[in-house]
Design a protein around this ligand. Sequence first.
Ligand code: FES
Ligand code: FES
Length: 167
Amino acid sequence: MLELSVNGVLRQVDAPNDEPLVWVLRDDLGLPGTRYGCGAGHCGSCTVLMDGVAVRSCQLPASAAVGREVTTIEAAATEDGALQHVREAFLEHQVAQCGWCMTGWQLTLTSLLEANPNLTDEALDAGLQGNLCRCGTYVRIRRAARDAAERYRATLAGDAPTVEMGP
Ligand code: FES
Ligand code: FES
């Protein structure tokens, strides 16, 4: 029995210690936002955050997550940090084609921005280099990443756009 903290909730899982984390998240915990692509550590589709750092969940045994905080894309519904800005930017720029790779990109970008909100555009490009999109949406991904970084910086600076309230 493994006890994992996922998206702020302690969950108990009856899975072998060496079960890849991606399958525990998807099959045992019902979190299908973590995607399985290459299964070999090359594409980044299975990326989740472990204590805020992007990791490839197809390459990690679930036991490696014991005592750590795992964040999956499903946390975007409740968090108001970088992940929320990344989600919004990807949606507004209509980045996805088939959509399979998207959650991996978004969590990778989130980890980059949480570590350093002031990354240059070039540093953002470099940080995202390890993820792949078979549909080739790279131009839109780059646009959304830059927009998300700007939004996140504005929020941290207290410059978030205000919402006009009606009378
Ligand atoms: S599915 Fe894990 S890196 Fe491709
Ligand atoms: S949108 Fe299809 S693989 Fe990236």
